[in-house]
Ligand binder design. Sequence first.
Ligand SMILES: O=C(CO)COP(=O)(O)O
Length: 247
Amino acid sequence: MTRRKLVAGNWKMHGSLAQLAELDAIAAAARANPQVDVAICPPFTLIAAAAARGDLTIGAQDSHQNEKGAHTGCVSAPMLREAGAKLVIVGHSERRTDQRESDAEVYAKARAVIAAGMIAIVCVGETEGERDAGRAAEVVERQLQGSIPADGTATQLVVAYEPVWAIGTGRTPTVGDVAAMHASIRTKLGDMLDAEAEGVRILYGGSVKPSNAAELMAVNNVDGALVGGASLTAADFVPIIEAAARA
Ligand SMILES: O=C(CO)COP(=O)(O)O
């Protein structure tokens, strides 16, 4: 099956109204490469302004699992949808660490995002210690088992494999290690989702840059990228979009 590649930028806690000017060239690159899906996930405060431009798919970086309620400081999936978000990252390792999010919470958030009519990008990935101990595949399989809704909503599901030790470090796994992990994720998704697993895109994330994007995007079962630092400027992000388009 051919899966459309998705290149999504995660701005994390970066950006400003002024920085939305970067979206001019990013949206132009998205238009010039229609075979690739492109999205930017800015902080909550910028979602509405970014989406109002109308020229680029905009997402969010987290969602509460409930639709509404007494949860000071939180934002729900229907609120994100109303602001213009089309997809939501859930279970990023920074939230699993900083906010101590469990697989069960990530599962609930993914379900909320899907129920609100958006795409959930569910992040998984091992720490360096887990990889060194030979447990990377086992850890990722456990995260998938606990965080992925397996109830017939696979068309709104994307998985992002982000090895924690590769995020923001400039280090990446070997192409062989990425291929092995993405194949093992595909197999696990097959166990959980049956035939629908073939349509689920598996993104690679962690120090994706213009210089390594082409080789990463060419790996079997790599259906795009979740990009942090290199998504903050069009100068870095556009070549990654172009590499995905050529892969
Ligand atoms: O965490 C990431 C995307 O969600 C990856 O971040 P970097 O691309 O900055 O390594």
